[in-house]
Design a protein around this ligand. Structure first.
Ligand code: 6PG
Length: 233
């Protein structure tokens, strides 16, 4: 694994830097292998990035040839304001007319356990070797990644690639579906897009003391087989 960081003055600049790298990675991988599996993040941070990928930084990228997945989902219907799918649909997938058969959303409207089992089967069917070409993450102010929260038993999952979790009680939606470290750390490329002083301090800690940070922050345990790049704005 190689771990890099790209620092920018603000989220706009960080989103643009990430968009540049994502569009060239997608085009190169499609040229070489003819397919691309892209796992999207939720939260609010990626909104501008998704808008850029669909808009002024589309850079002739054939988004309709990408297979789209999610790193986690809140257990709500797809049209719910809290749905990670809805964020990506509105900002990226609908504006680029991605064919529906390429969109593999986590079914947050199902019972969490069933939705997790169903999604694990989808990954086995659609992602060769269950190895993502690319995973995009945000990070919480507590250092959580996807729906892997500090101190949660999910951090120790070693056999399942997708599980359901009940997140901490401060969350608006506690029931979640999430990828786990086995499939995350098998990925070829992982980007984090984070913004704000609190998150920048965590990123500084992760780079200064990677092993110590692993015990404090779930995001620090993301150590993919391939390349890891942090875009900090
Ligand atoms: C989610 C995300 C989660 C998110 C962080 C950061 O479902 O909420 O997958 O891991 O990336 O909570 O969220 P913000 O970008 O809103 O700070």
């Amino acid at each position: 694994m190689t771990m890099n960081r790209v620092d920018s003055p603000d989220l706009e600049a960080a989103s643009r830097a990430a968009a540049e790298r994502i569009t060239s990675l997608v085009r190169r991988t499609l040229d070489e292998h003819g397919r691309f599996s892209f796992a999207l993040t939720g939260g609010s941070t990626p909104r501008r990035l998704y808008e850029l990928l669909a808009g002024e930084m589309r850079r002739m990228t054939p988004w309709d040839r990408v297979d789209w997945f999610w790193g986690d989902e809140r257990c709500v219907p797809p049209d719910d304001a809290d749905s990670n799918y809805r964020l990506a649909w509105e900002t990226l997938l609908a504006p680029t007319a991605v064919p529906v058969h390429r969109i593999h959303r986590m079914h947050g409207e199902l019972r969490p356990y069933l939705a997790a089992r169903e999604y694990e089967a989808v990954l086995n069917d659609v992602v060769p070797g269950v190895t993502f070409d690319f995973v995009l993450f945000g990070m919480g102010d507590d250092g959580h990644v996807a729906s892997l929260f500090p101190g949660h038993a999910a951090l120790d999952e070693t056999s399942r690639n997708v599980i359901s979790v009940e997140g901490p009680d401060h969350l608006a939606v506690r029931d979640r579906i999430t990828l786990t470290y086995p499939v995350i750390n098998a990925a070829r490329n992982v980007f984090f897009l984070v913004s704000g002083a609190k998150k920048r301090v965590i990123v500084d800690e992760i780079f200064a003391d990677p092993e110590g940070a692993r015990s404090r922050y779930p995001a620090a345990r993301v150590q993919p087989a391939g390349d890891l790049t942090w875009f900090v704005g």
